[in-house]
Design a protein around this ligand. Structure first.
Ligand code: ZN
Length: 474
């Protein structure tokens, strides 16, 4: 999923498309549902620098009451924010805030920042119920079999929703007692307040904040360079699907190849869910778990629609490996527009392939690559990786999107590793992360970095991403 992670906005045009998750069942759910409207152009060069939200959220009622303080860098001028229509704006300090007339039904506000570039406002209301990111589609699984988690996710409904710049984020949210709460970023403190608990999270460099509330509890703490806290429903024995050693090995494996993650701890929340999927926020991963996922791995299944392209070898481990990879690819760098979404999904998929090879050997790795080639060949005439989440709208088959945005770029990276060596490829990726940390990156920039000054190689890589069909190699 999501990762995380996909927003769009045409950078300089008057027509803006804004990111909202297109929550389509599948392993990775973040995408962009554009709500198009003619809106005032944002001030050129203006970026969100920091956002702090102090508030109260009642998960049962989906009621939010908060104050937001935003600081922008760059010249003063118009900025755009989303605030759900159900939220009533109580007051604004600094600047002015108007509902954009052409897009008022979508809750888009145009903010005119004062010269000091700080804006504060208060709002409250009961949010409309959003689809659960993991709610199975009618074709997959049975509704009502997943845990009752409530999300305020920067991908869908965390308000205010600013542009998707990386920025310093802070969230202080009071939650009624009886609910547990995890948020993206680092948990700074939990303290009793007003009949509930006040949770304080911070993230110095993130695309947005998210929180998830539910009746879960902490199950275990795995020590390591990045300690991992595991959470789930009472009585859930996560060791039926995962091993402590395997989880720790996975995070070490990625750190060795891509560099330090740089978070003080990582929270992983298991939830019951038939849908093969997960979501990855900075410092927080939510994974569906289902006992029956062996069916996902069977290509001879009597119900081929139930199979997932991304269940490679062991569905539970594959999902964990994919979502954990998004902590780097999506968490440390992200994509610029929907046409660049393949970068984070392709890299998360390729990363999970590398880990598969590490654990299961060359033979299993080659078998999955062969399967990927067949999957991509089947759909390669229908679009290209650079089509991004448009593929989900054009074709109502998640496998087409996964084959072109996940599997094809992963095959490209495997072909590149064959050409330049896997260690060299990982070195280039590690260098790229170090240089571009906290940035949104585009296809041209990424391919240039991958090809390291070799123009002929860059052109061949571009063909993988922008042309239909499946190249034989590089
Ligand atoms: Zn993903």
């Amino acid at each position: 999923m999501v990762e995380k992670n996909c927003w769009l906005g045409q950078k300089n045009g008057r027509r803006a498309l804004w990111p909202f998750a297109l929550l389509v069942s599948g392993i990775v759910l973040s995408g962009m549902l554009g709500a198009a409207g003619m809106v005032s152009a944002p001030a050129a060069g203006s970026r969100l620098q920091s956002m702090r939200v102090d508030g109260y959220f009642d998960p049962k009622q989906n009621f939010l009451d908060a104050t937001a303080r935003l600081r922008f860098s760059g010249p003063a001028g118009a900025r755009q924010l989303w605030l759900a229509n159900e939220l009533q704006l109580r007051w604004v300090r600094g600047g002015s805030m108007t509902v954009e007339p052409f897009a008022s039904e979508t809750g888009l506000f145009v903010v005119h920042c004062p010269p000091e570039n700080v804006l504060e406002f208060s709002y409250s209301g009961r949010l409309a119920s959003k689809p659960d990111p993991f709610d199975p589609s009618p074709k997959q699984g049975t509704p009502g079999e997943s845990d009752d988690l409530r999300f305020l996710s920067y991908i869908t409904d965390y308000y205010p929703h600013p542009q998707l710049d990386f920025a310093s984020m802070e969230m202080n949210m009071r939650i009624p007692s009886g609910w547990n709460c995890l948020g993206s970023g680092t948990l700074r403190a939990v303290q009793a307040a007003g009949g509930g608990n006040l949770y304080s999270f911070a993230n110095s460099e993130a695309k947005g904040m998210s929180l998830v509330c539910g009746r879960f509890q902490q199950l275990a703490r795995l020590p390591g360079t990045v300690p991992i806290l595991l959470h789930g429903w009472a009585g859930f024995d996560y060791r039926r699907c995962y091993s402590d050693v395997g989880i720790s090995r996975l995070i070490s494996f990625y750190q060795e190849r891509f560099g330090a993650l740089g978070v003080p701890e990582l929270n992983i929340l298991f939830r019951r869910g038939k849908n093969f999927g997960g979501i990855s926020y900075s410092g927080l991963i939510v994974l569906n778990v289902d006992d029956d996922w062996t069916r996902l791995q069977s290509r001879t299944s009597s119900n081929p629609g139930a199979a997932s392209l991304l269940a490679l070898d062991n569905a539970w481990n594959d999902l964990m490996a994919h979502e954990l990879a998004h902590q780097w690819w999506g968490g440390l760098v992200s994509w610029e527009t929907v046409a660049d979404n393949w970068i984070t999904e392709g890299l998360a998929t390729y990363s999970s392939l590398l880990f598969l090879k590490e654990c299961r050997g060359e033979k299993a790795f080659t078998r999955v690559l062969r399967r990927f080639r067949n999957d991509v060949k089947r759909y390669a005439g229908l679009g290209v990786p650079a089509d991004g989440s448009k593929l989900k709208l054009l074709h109502r088959d998640i496998r087409i999107y996964q084959a072109l945005v996940y599997a094809k770029p992963a095959l490209m990276l495997a072909a590149l590793a064959d050409t330049i060596g896997e260690a060299e490829l990982c070195g280039r990726l590690r260098g790229f992360l170090a240089d571009r940390r906290g940035r949104n990156v585009g296809t041209a920039e990424f391919l240039e970095r991958l090809s390291a000054g070799d123009d002929a190689l860059r052109l061949r890589l571009e063909k993988w991403i922008s042309a239909r069909g499946l190249p034989e190699g590089l």
